[in-house]
Design a binder for this molecule. Structure first.
Ligand SMILES: Nc1ncnc2c1ncn2[C@@H]1O[C@H](COP(=O)(O)OP(=O)(O)OP(=O)(O)O)[C@@H](O)[C@H]1O
Length: 225
C-alpha cells in the first residue's frame, strides 16, 4: 500500500520513479491507470481520475506495463499499428499513413529490422522495443512507463531514454518512468521521485540528486507502515 503521496506535475516533464523492489512503483501506475482504487484525490488535466472511464484506452494516458504478453501470432508491424486504434472506428481499415507512422515508430526505437518478424518469437528486450514503438502512436499527454529499459542492453537503454526525452522535449509529453537504472539518469533532465524516501519529493535530476537517491536505495528498505 502507498500512503501520503503528494505530487503535482507541471507538464511537460520527465519523472523517474525510483524505489526498492516491492515499494509500490507498479502499484502507483495501476492506481493512475484506474486498475486500483485510491483515497484522496488524483487529477489528470483537471479531472478527477475516478470519474474518467478507462483512462488508459481513452487517450488520457499511455501505459507500458512491466510485463506485456500476447499469446497469438502477429507481425511486429501489425502490433505497432494497433497503437493507432483510437484514430479508427471499429470498421475502418488502417490507411497508408497509419502504416507509415508504425514504420517511423519502429525506426525511432531502433527496430525497423523487426517489422516482419512474429512478435511472439522475439527476445524480451526486442519485445520491449516493440511495445514502446506501439505506445508512441497512442498520442497521449501522459505516459506511464514501468521499467521500460529492463532487459535492454546498454545501447538500447541509452536509445530508449533518448526517445523518451524526445517525447518530453519535442512533443510536450509528460512521462512517469519507473526504473532501477539510475546510472542512465545522470545524462537526463527532469525529476526524481523516490518512493524509498520517508517523504517522497520531486527533486530535479542532477549528479548530486542521483547520488543521494543511490545512497537511499543502497540502504535497507524501511519496513512497511
Ligand atoms: N496483486 C497483488 N496482491 C497483493 N499484493 C500485491 C499485488 N501486487 C503487488 N502487491 C504487493 O504490493 C507491494 C508493491 O508492489 P509493486 O509491484 O507496486 O512494487 P514495485 O515497486 O513495482 O516493485 P519492483 O521494483 O520489484 O517491480 C509489494 O509488497 C507487493 O508484494
Amino acid at each position: 500500500m502507498l500512503r501520503n503521496l503528494f505530487l503535482c506535475l507541471p507538464g511537460p516533464a520527465f519523472v523517474a520513479v525510483l524505489g526498492h523492489n516491492g515499494q509500490g512503483k507498479t502499484t502507483l501506475f495501476r492506481v493512475l491507470t484506474g486498475q486500483l482504487p485510491y483515497q484522496g484525490s488524483i487529477q489528470l488535466a483537471g479531472q478527477e481520475l475516478r470519474t474518467l472511464r478507462r483512462p488508459a484506452s481513452s487517450g488520457h494516458l499511455g501505459y507500458l506495463p512491466q510485463r506485456g504478453a500476447i499469446d497469438f501470432s502477429i507481425t511486429v508491424r501489425e502490433l505497432v499499428l494497433m497503437g493507432r486504434y483510437r484514430h479508427h472506428s471499429m470498421l475502418s481499415a488502417y490507411a497508408p499513413d497509419d502504416y507509415a507512422r508504425a514504420d517511423a515508430a519502429l525506426v525511432a526505437v531502433g527496430a525497423p529490422h523487426l517489422a516482419a518478424r512474429d512478435f511472439t518469437q522475439l527476445s524480451g528486450g526486442e519485445q520491449q522495443l516493440v511495445w514502446l514503438a506501439q505506445l508512441s502512436l497512442h498520442d497521449a499527454a501522459l505516459y506511464l512507463l514501468d521499467e521500460p529499459t529492463q532487459q535492454l542492453d546498454v545501447y538500447y537503454r541509452r536509445r530508449v531514454f533518448d526517445l523518451i526525452h524526445g517525447w518530453v522535449q519535442r512533443e510536450g509529453k509528460t512521462v512517469l518512468c519507473s526504473t532501477h537504472d539510475i546510472d542512465s539518469l545522470t545524462e537526463t533532465t527532469g525529476f526524481l521521485f523516490n518512493l524509498a524516501e520517508d517523504t517522497p519529493t520531486l527533486r530535479p535530476i542532477s549528479a548530486a540528486s542521483v547520488r543521494e537517491a543511490r545512497a537511499v536505495l543502497e540502504a535497507a528498505p524501511r519496513p512497511p507502515a
